[in-house]
Ligand binder design. Structure first.
Ligand SMILES: Nc1ncnc2c1ncn2[C@@H]1O[C@H](COP(=O)(O)OP(=O)(O)OP(=O)(O)O)[C@@H](O)[C@H]1O
Ligand SMILES: [Mg+2]
Length: 359
């Protein structure tokens, strides 16, 4: 099987490409800067690299900065029906714009800090005049923390807004979430968080990004926060992304990173994240191909997971919003009242698994 990583050839992309060689027969690194998308008549669109059409890849992982959001979306729009792509076309335009991401998160019922968008300085100034302080002012595109500013008064907010005028971008005004200058970064692969860290901003700084000098420490997310991260990824249709969470009184999601760097997370967690991503891309590509070849999807999934389970066909008993399972189901799980479990939920599906503290 053939994999292409289309990127800005960052260290993270190279680490993944290196590990992917153990799974894929061919791994190509393509620079997103050299890609063209040629539109032909129906289904004849082509992705051109250095003047030639690209190979028939089985998997294409496309990542890059917000400047390439439209190009990434176009590349994947052409390829999504031809091979496995861990992100869908819309993941790029949504993920690379903080405000559009927040709209999707909110639609999915995920808690976000109170946020406003203003198109002009005048409107933004009206919004901050009614804000609590400190207030956060951001620009919609990702900047590794550099486009995130803290204003402690109307006066400082106004001068920040005047300075931001040069960027010619809308203004995001956001409620400040008190976290002791920390945030959580969770890397989601499919239905799981495979690694997470807590980042702490350096002294005199409130932004916890590693690029801003933040220090990462490995953490294991509690099931609720893991569920929140996976749900956030799904809200922008990404199988592979990183979620930034602020743990205030409640956890708030502030950002979904569709082009996450893995060096900071690898260093903090000592996990081989590049290898996990490479393995994940390979497994998902196999799954994609099996489905495409019209095999029985359930059978394939069973083979892949090598799991055996009993299936029950029953009408669901829901009373006052509570799902009641038949006694026979409870009996075959062997669950005890004191057991701690991980509950995973998505639309039309719920699974309950005993929490394995050894894992
Ligand atoms: N509403 C907020 N309240 C408190 N702190 C915040 C808030 N929003 C952001 N921060 C802090 O600033 C950091 C950067 O914010 P955010 O993740 O929104 O943008 P970014 O990291 O610059 O974007 P990108 O990762 O796309 O480059 C966060 O990790 C967090 O430490
Ligand atoms: Mg961030």
């Amino acid at each position: 099987m053939k994999l292409a990583i289309i990127s800005l050839s960052s260290g993270s992309s190279q680490m993944i490409a290196e590990k992917a060689k153990a799974f894929f027969d061919e791994v190509d690194m393509l620079s997103i800067k050299k890609i063209e998308v040629h539109l032909g008549s129906k289904n004849k669109h082509q992705i051109i690299y250095e003047g030639k059409p690209i190979k028939d890849y089985d998997c294409v992982y496309c990542k890059g900065s917000y400047k390439y959001a439209l190009l990434s979306r176009s590349i994947i729009a052409v390829l999504e029906d031809r091979c496995y792509t861990p992100l869908l076309p819309e993941s790029y335009t949504l993920g690379h714009d903080k405000f559009l991401t927040l709209i999707e998160l909110q639609k999915a019922g995920i808690e976000i800090p109170k946020t406003y968008l203003a198109g002009t300085v005048e409107e933004a100034k009206k919004l901050v005049a009614n804000s609590h302080f400190p207030a956060i002012i951001k620009i919609p595109s990702g900047t590794h923390g550099k486009g995130v500013m803290f204003a402690d008064s109307v006066e400082s907010a106004n001068s920040i807004l005047d300075a931001l005028e040069v960027f010619k971008q809308p203004y995001i005004i956001q409620e400040y979430v008190e976290t002791g200058a920390t945030d959580l970064r969770a890397l989601v692969l499919g239905d799981k968080v495979i690694a997470a860290m807590q980042r702490k901003a350096p002294k005199g700084e409130l932004r916890a990004n590693i690029h801003m000098g933040g220090k990462g420490k490995k953490i294991t997310l509690d099931p609720d926060t893991e569920y929140l991260a996976v749900k956030s990824a799904k809200s922008i249709k990404a199988d592979l992304c990183a979620i930034d969470i602020l743990k205030g009184l409640r956890p708030y999601v502030v950002e979904v990173n569709v082009s996450p760097g893995i060096q900071g997370l690898t260093k903090a967690t000592k996990l081989d994240i590049a290898d996990e991503i490479a393995k994940f891309l390979f497994e998902k590509t196999k799954e994609y191909q099996a489905v495409k070849a019209n095999k029985d999807y359930k059978k394939v999934m069973k083979e892949l997971k090598q799991k055996d389970s009993n299936e029950f066909l029953a009408n669901l008993n829901v009373k006052a919003g509570i799902i009641r399972l038949p006694e026979s189901v409870t009996a075959s799980t062997n669950f005890k009242p004191e057991d701690e479990v991980v509950i995973k939920v998505s639309e039309g599906k719920v699974s309950i698994e005993k929490h394995d503290i050894e894992k």
